[in-house]
Ligand binder design. Structure first.
Ligand SMILES: Nc1nc2c(ncn2[C@@H]2O[C@H](COP(=O)(O)OP(=O)(O)OP(=O)(O)O)[C@@H](O)[C@H]2O)c(=O)[nH]1
Ligand SMILES: [Zn+2]
Length: 194
């Protein structure tokens, strides 16, 4: 089934109903345009649902580089699928090229954005990025580490601002070879530590 683009009118109607449900007057001046604004915000924040982010990794060149490639500190924002509140932070994406085949550096960040702009949980986001790299680049190893703050843990519920959630997906040599694993984790670790 082809995914349909966002039905903005239906989304705006739903937001209007939400405003009524929380006891607001959706017709007061300040809220008049809010339903459509929120609908468009969700369209933007879920734009990754309508693309295949892995396709970005079809841009490849052979430059004979066979050691670690790491793009660190890729900022992203996503939407927690339990509360539809943002979670945001940094992704670090590394791989060990096979046969000197590399992809464009920006493509790694585009893959992060593509999977992030969906209702997500952090663990799935981490795995999907690693899966895409494995599938498209067949690297000797790859590592994805994500650190993020979840607004659902900050502005509501347990209310722990500053709590940082770290998830990793390590594959191939970056999982199984202790030296390679130590090397990439050291490269990912912030200089000077926390
Ligand atoms: N593993 C995981 N949990 C998440 C993520 N985002 C949000 N959550 C958690 O999902 C859980 C949902 O728990 P529920 O008990 O169903 O929901 P809730 O009553 O709103 O829970 P509280 O947040 O504890 O108030 C919460 O513990 C959230 O912290 C995520 O990316 N990964
Ligand atoms: Zn949540």
């Amino acid at each position: 089934m082809t995914k349909q683009p966002v039905d903005l009118e239906a989304a705006a109607q739903a937001v209007r109903q939400l405003l009524v449900a929380i006891g607001e007057d959706p017709d007061r001046e300040g809220l008049a345009d809010t339903p459509m604004r929120v609908a468009k915000s969700f369209e933007e924040m879920t734009s990754g649902l309508h693309i295949d982010p892995a396709k970005h990794l079809e841009t490849r060149f052979n430059i004979g580089h066979d050691e670690v490639v790491l793009v660190r500190d890729i900022t992203f924002h996503s939407l927690c699928e339990h509360h539809l509140l943002p979670f945001f932070g940094k992704a670090h994406v590394a791989y060990l090229p096979a046969d000197g085949q590399v992809t464009g550096l920006s493509k790694l960040a585009r893959v992060v954005d593509g999977y992030a702009r969906r209702p997500q949980v952090q663990e799935r986001l981490t795995m999907q990025i690693a899966d895409a790299i494995e599938e498209k680049l067949s690297p000797r190893g790859c590592a994805v580490v994500i650190e993020a703050e979840h607004l659902c843990m900050t502005v509501r519920g347990v209310a722990k601002p500053g709590a940082s959630t770290v998830t990793s997906a390590l594959r191939g040599a970056m999982r199984n070879n202790p030296a390679t694993r130590a090397e990439v984790l050291a490269l990912i670790a912030p200089a000077g530590g926390r």
